[in-house]
Design a protein around this ligand. Structure first.
Ligand code: ZN
Length: 352
């Protein structure tokens, strides 16, 4: 005997509701009313839907049949050929494998955004960083570096007055710190700070070389290369913070990743730009351009005898090529032969 199911028939045209019984035959549902029987062929149905609670709703024109008993759905599926009429919940239909594939499809663009788009946008966005935020970033960065090094205050003062006497005028109040470490390295920090390692001063043999180094670093500051670099480096951290709704200050993020920033490097293009602009500054201020190629040569030589990690070489790519370009430019320039006497005097004090 075929099983019958209590059901409700809704008629939308008359807004009526009738209690009926439903019975399932091959590709057909029989609906037993008081005095008549309706035959709903599978092919004539407009919709057949299984809801999350297991109940089934069939639609034919303005008539809706609702069967609450979950067993009805199972029997219906067996009797109906076209089983796709059933709209089961999304995850039931696609299965575990489908779920994983869907997840991957969603994740891949997100990963691409995280890896490529975010750093690019962040670097572009760094243009809009206000001088105040630039200073804040720089101060936090500087604090973290200085904690791990010893500042030579008297030498810092001397190199500062050396810099001031050059009158480069890059639009920033440039502050110079010399740290006691035999590394041939120097770098610029956003907002106007330059850190020079003792080892760098050690390889220099003429004042125009220090002028060249400071011109190069001051150009990084003027062109805000370090802001670009820090945004690129920390863009993913900034992205995650924003995603998690942690709107911490830039300074905090910088502080958390201080170790990463210590080894921050510029792209090859930015180095070229800083060399180019640096030599422009030198020329404009009457400093012999040979200071730049001479500095590069001394750095190369200094690296060989230095037991420390050759930071400058690794962070400043293609020194060989830069040296050749600087050489070419310096040999074409004959405007200045010596730095001013006042600058030489400070130089002698630095080298004492
Ligand atoms: Zn540089």
């Amino acid at each position: 005997m075929t099983q019958t199911y209590p059901a409700t028939l809704y008629d939308r045209s008359f807004d009526t509701r009738t209690l009926v019984t439903a019975r399932i035959g091959p590709s057909t549902v029989y609906i037993q009313q008081e005095s008549s029987t309706l035959e709903w062929k599978e092919a004539d149905l407009d919709d057949a839907r299984q809801l999350d609670d297991g109940s089934v709703v069939l639609q034919k024109g303005n008539l809706f049949l609702e069967v609450l008993e979950p067993g009805f759905a199972t029997t219906l599926l067996q009797a109906f050929e076209n089983k796709k009429l059933f709209h089961r919940p999304f995850f039931d239909r696609i299965g575990l494998k489908g779920c994983l594939i869907a997840l991957l499809i969603l994740l891949i663009p997100l990963l691409a955004v995280y890896l490529w788009v975010v750093p690019l946008v962040a670097e572009r966005g760094s243009q809009y960083v206000s001088p105040e935020i630039e200073k804040q970033i720089g101060a936090s960065w500087y604090q973290n570096i200085i904690q791990e090094h010893t500042v030579d205050t008297s030498k810092s003062r001397l190199v500062q007055s050396f810099y001031d006497s050059l009158h480069y005028g890059v639009g920033y109040d440039v502050q110079i710190s010399v740290v006691r470490e035999p590394v041939v390295n120097a770098f610029a920090i956003p907002g106007g700070r330059i850190v020079v390692f003792d080892g760098m001063l050690g390889v220099m043999t003429a004042p125009e070389q220090l002028a060249a180094l400071l011109a190069h670093e001051a150009s990084h500051i003027q062109f805000r290369h370090s802001v670009h670099a820090i945004f690129r480096e920390l863009s993913n951290q900034l992205f995650i913070s924003i995603m998690l709704g942690e709107y911490g200050s830039y300074g905090n993020i910088v502080a958390q990743h201080a170790s990463k920033l210590a080894g921050l490097s510029y792209s090859r293009d930015l180095e070229w730009e800083a060399d180019e602009q640096g030599m422009q500054l030198m020329q404009y201020n009457g400093i012999p351009l040979r200071g730049m190629p001479d500095l590069f040569r001394n750095m190369q030589a200094g690296q060989d005898t230095n037991t420390d990690v050759p930071t400058f070489l690794s962070t400043h790519p293609a020194l060989e090529e830069r040296l050749a370009a600087a050489d070419q430019r310096a040999s074409a320039d004959s405007t200045a032969q010596y730095v001013a006497e006042a600058v030489q005097q400070i130089w002698r004090e630095i080298k004492q």
